[in-house]
Design a binder for this molecule. Structure first.
Ligand code: GLC
Length: 504
């Protein structure tokens, strides 16, 4: 009921049918699973829940045979509390060299019962947890920007970088094609670990430079180090998770000796509104221009509300998500699709509270349900959970009883399905020569609409307004929904629809 690497191998045929060029796997290294594998206890082994290193090797071979790449998720900002280094650090006590690989500090206040600074954890509550020392007394505190089970590593300690080098080589030697680097804008912490100003703006997409938990100058040394190792393997690449808003700061991560690519989350966060979409596209393109790099695009991932739900749910959300797919796939650069988006899956906010697994739920005092809504397994076939995902009835997150219409089986032969649109869009995109530059030419468009042209001539037009508008002239290559009814003056682009055209 959890999914495993053999299961992925068994479904490589589906990925070929979908037409994708590669797969990014969320972490599969050994982990007690406090944050869905983002708490790693052994970075150079596969968790037995998912298989073993041999099975991963077979997955890599199977993907390569199908001309696809495999990108692994790498978690350099923190370890699990079950990593031997952390266990040794707790054991060795205050002042020990073992504690220097993490951020252990004395607490404030007379008895040290207050956290060393005011930093919040991303998952709620303070970013510090107090350990109990050998003699049973309350001891030092350690830093964790995420859950308490994810202690932050101190990247100024030489062991930390040396160990990551080894991890990179381990997986690259096995044949993986690159890494998605978790929290790539974290990693470096200021020496003084000073309090954040009271009025600092705390946001997932970091916009306030005074939020010293992120985007410190030292982070770039880490990326240079990673790059040096990855460059020993021709063709391998890194994709950084960089939640940094200002484009000039974001672009620094993409300097020639740092990350190959990075996720700029502007499009992911943009509402379904032409002006906002255009602004998001422009900012990501601007970052690429500054850095001279190739942009990447994503409408969703495992941390955010699925696009169908974000854009309005039901038929409306689905129509908009389909339209935005055409926008995403027309943009120059690398497009990421989050599994299940191709089936038009919504986020599932009906998961019973006692089945929630995201640490956010407990850490927020049950104020936020967390990200489980977008992580429900995808439905393959049949009319009842678990829809062929597992031979067990129980899946790690329950699957909604209403997902029979979302299965691959229900959609694969239906030309009007979202899965068919994805396949057609990917196939069409693959048939193009591809843009030579990471830029687009914007056309004037009616209010609530946008239209842009790639340098290979393909035009994409999107209507986010409530009225139909005249369709730009040209040969229609693909549309996200019906372009009817035609008016006496010609074809129209209805609301919540996008189209690809080749101008006459
Ligand atoms: C990244 C991951 C997220 C994880 C966090 C801590 O943001 O995408 O899923 O919880 O890092 O590792």
């Amino acid at each position: 009921g959890l999914g495993d690497l053999q299961g992925v191998i068994d479904r490589v045929g589906y990925l070929e049918l979908l037409g994708v060029d590669g797969v990014w796997l969320s972490p599969i290294m050994r982990s007690p699973g406090a944050d869905h594998g983002y708490d790693v206890s052994d970075p150079r082994d596969v968790d037995p829940l998912f298989g073993d290193v041999e099975t991963l090797r077979r997955l890599v071979e199977t993907l390569h045979a199908a001309r696809m790449v495999l990108i692994m998720d790498l978690v350099p900002n923190h370890t699990s509390v079950e990593h031997p280094w952390f266990a040794a650090a707790v054991d060795a006590g205050p002042g020990s060299p073992e504690r220097e690989r993490y951020f252990f500090r004395d607490g404030l206040g007379e008895d040290g019962s207050l956290p060393p600074n005011n930093w919040p954890s991303v998952f709620g509550g303070p970013a510090w947890t107090r350990v109990t020392e050998h003699d049973g007394t309350p001891g030092q505190w350690y830093l964790h920007l995420f859950a308490p089970e994810q202690p932050d590593l101190d990247w100024s300690h030489p062991d930390v970088g040396a160990d990551l080098d080894e991890t990179l080589r381990f997986w690259l030697d096995l044949g993986v094609d690159g890494f998605r680097i978790d929290v790539a804008h974290g990693l470096a912490k200021p020496d003084d670990l000073a309090d954040l100003p009271d009025d600092v703006e705390i946001a997932q997409l970091v916009v306030d430079e005074r939020d010293a938990r992120w985007d410190r100058p030292g982070v770039h040394d880490v990326h240079r180090r990673i790059r040096a190792v990855v460059d020993e393997y021709p063709g391998a690449a890194t994709f950084g998770e960089v939640w940094v808003g200002p484009v000039d700061r974001f672009a620094r991560y993409l300097r020639p000796d740092e990350l190959h690519f990075a996720f700029h989350f502007a499009l992911t966060g943009a509402p379904f509104e032409a002006g906002a979409v255009r602004e998001a596209v422009d900012s990501t393109l601007e970052a690429s221009r500054i850095a001279g790099s190739t942009p990447t695009w994503a409408l969703s991932n495992h941390d955010v509300v699925r696009e169908v739900t974000r854009y309005g749910n039901g038929a409306l959300g689905t129509a908009r998500a389909r339209a935005m797919l055409l926008v995403e796939l027309a943009l120059p650069g690398i497009a990421f699709i989050y599994n299940g988006a191709e089936l038009g899956l919504p986020s599932d906010f009906s998961i019973p509270h006692d089945r929630l697994t995201d640490p956010t739920w407990e850490r927020s005092g049950h104020a936020e349900t967390g990200r489980d809504h977008c992580r429900v397994p995808i439905p393959w076939e049949g009319t009842r959970p678990p829809y062929g995902f597992s031979t067990a009835d129980h899946t790690w997150l329950p699957m909604p009883t209403s997902w029979g219409r979302h299965t691959v089986e229900a959609q694969i032969e239906d030309p009007g399905s979202t899965l068919s649109l994805y396949r057609a869009a990917i196939e069409t995109r693959r048939s193009w020569p591809g843009p030579r530059t990471a830029s687009v030419e914007w056309y004037g468009a009616p209010s609530g609409c946008l239209a842009f042209r790639r340098d290979d001539g393909v035009v994409c037009a999107l209507n986010t307004s409530v009225r139909s508008v005249p369709l730009p002239h040209g040969e229609v290559l693909l549309s996200s929904g019906p372009l009817t009814p035609e008016t006496p003056t010609g074809a129209i682009l209805p609301p919540d629809t996008a189209v690809w055209l080749r101008p006459h």
